[in-house]
Write a protein that binds this ligand. Structure first.
Ligand code: SF4
Length: 474
């Protein structure tokens, strides 16, 4: 083992003894009784991945996971802070759990995640939600067993705020919902400070897991039959920066690509300022990286991009896209676009539409800007009126819908390999499948098996969904 590897392993083990002792002590307190834990998750994939760890730890401590808060002795709410609205929703749901506590005073209610990483929210919970027992932020998940233990032993309620330099622990087990699809966090936090975003303030400074730890997790998943693995980070392109691993993100992708198996790797999110040619080169030479690239542009106006602190111009963005398309023909390209950022003029918005016409994204996740307290953009002058934002969003959607529909039309009659993902939530009697580029294909239920790859013939297309039938005519 090199010095760096040893250091990384040591860092990953920091706190492991106290963690194990707490897990064992909670198990002992539960005394082999059947007790239930209910975990509710708000927010992004990173939060979903965190909840899988919370579920893994709960099981390790002796709880049985359930879908019903009324029977739970442990209720965990994993919160989001990306918008004020998300926080209000979480607070309202937490409020409803006071009835569970009233019925069963022994129930422990824990609140974690981005919302409670903010001091004012942690204080609000402490003062105004007396039935909440403990809270801890995203960088303190490892403390879950010890905080729970203290409370179960009759200790005081505790509301923990994130440390300045959190460790990157490797000993928390994950309880994954599916065996054929998985998220793997490769890094935590963000150093980018986009002017509209709260994430750096609630998830802390950027820190990466060691390449050895990531490889071990991915290898284990592949060996257990997982077919689709998404590497997660707020900005995966800065993986390893400042960590002394000697391995950057393209290096990590190269390393993971050597794991044999019939699986695909994908990643999100990629920040355009840090997406390199080398990454596209590595993707092109790997047999295991999906031809899918989510590259959030946010705006096509250089003036707005600068006010957003994004660190690239529209031309630089387009240049990166051209290189990706050259190296990865057929790559599905998606983006995030925000409308109504403070000071956005009609001319700025026209530049965004122009960028969309030039790039022709397969799909765009569009957002109307809403001020997020605690971020620089919230106090910028020239906030755009709501009716103007709404009108711009309507025009953006109209354009993107027509581009997506045209692109998808070209897939009609093709045979595509898809991953069968389970019953459609919107179309009864249909199975939702996903192409390599993660386009949704609906296939009649019963014709294919969930959790397997299959070839389907595309028989119908629309802007958002494709329809298909098994290629062998089954
Ligand atoms: S890159 Fe920007 S938008 Fe993404 S999490 Fe970091 S600060 Fe937020």
């Amino acid at each position: 083992m090199s010095d760096t590897t040893e250091n990384a392993a040591r860092a990953g083990d920091e706190g492991i003894e106290s963690y194990r002792e707490s897990v064992a002590a909670v198990r002992e307190l539960l005394g082999g009784r059947r007790v239930y834990a209910y975990i509710l998750t708000f927010g992004c994939q990173q939060n979903e991945a965190d909840s899988e760890k919370l579920a893994g730890m709960a099981e390790q401590m002796g709880y049985t996971l359930c879908d019903e808060p009324d029977i739970a002795s442990l209720i965990v709410v994993n919160t989001c802070a990306v918008r004020e609205h998300a926080e209000k929703k979480a607070l309202s749901v937490i409020g409803q759990f006071k009835h569970c506590k009233r019925r069963n005073p022994g129930t422990v209610i824990a609140v974690c995640g981005c919302m409670v990483s903010q001091r004012h929210r942690a204080e609000e919970l402490k003062e105004r939600y007396p039935y909440v027992d403990l809270s801890f932020g995203t960088s303190d998940l490892r403390l879950f067993p010890s905080l729970l233990l203290e409370r179960l032993k009759g200790g005081r309620r505790s509301f923990t705020l994130p440390p300045d330099r959190p460790p990157v622990p490797e000993y928390m087990p994950a309880r994954r919902a599916l065996n054929y699809r998985a998220w793997v966090s490769i890094m935590y936090g963000c150093d980018n400070y986009c002017s509209y975003c709260i994430v750096p303030y609630v998830r802390g400074r950027e820190r990466s897991r060691s390449p050895e730890a990531v490889e071990a997790e991915v290898r284990g998943l592949v060996e257990s039959g997982c077919l689709d693995i998404t590497l997660l980070g707020q900005n995966v392109n800065s993986y390893g920066r400042g960590c002394g691993f000697g391995c950057d993100f393209p290096g990590l992708i190269s390393r993971l690509s050597r794991i044999p198996g019939d699986h695909l790797l994908r990643f999100m999110t990629s920040h355009p300022k840090d997406a390199t040619r080398e990454l596209a080169d590595v993707m092109a030479s790997s047999g295991h990286v999906a031809r899918q690239f989510h590259l959030p542009a946010q705006s096509g106006s250089d003036r707005v991009l600068s006010a957003m602190n994004r660190g690239y111009t529209a031309d630089e963005y387009i240049g990166k896209v051209s290189y990706i398309r050259e190296k990865l023909p057929g790559c599905v390209l998606t983006s995030d676009i925000m409308v109504g950022f403070p000071g956005e003029t009609e001319e700025d918005f026209a530049a965004t539409l122009e960028l969309m016409r030039t790039v022709r994204f397969d799909m765009v996740y569009s957002f109307i800007y809403s001020p997020r307290g605690g971020t620089p953009a919230a106090s910028m002058p020239d906030q755009v009126p709501e009716d103007v934002k709404g009108d711009r969003m309507r025009r953006l959607l109209e354009l993107q819908t027509s581009i997506s529909a045209q692109i998808n039309e070209g897939l009609e009659g093709r045979t595509m390999r898809v991953l069968c993902c389970g019953p459609s939530r919107t179309d009864a009697g249909m199975l939702e499948c996903r192409t390599e580029g993660w386009k949704q294909v609906l296939v009649p239920a019963g014709s294919l098996e969930e959790g397997r790859y299959a070839d389907v013939e595309i028989t119908g297309t629309g802007a958002f969904t494709l329809r298909g039938t098994p290629a062998d005519g089954k």
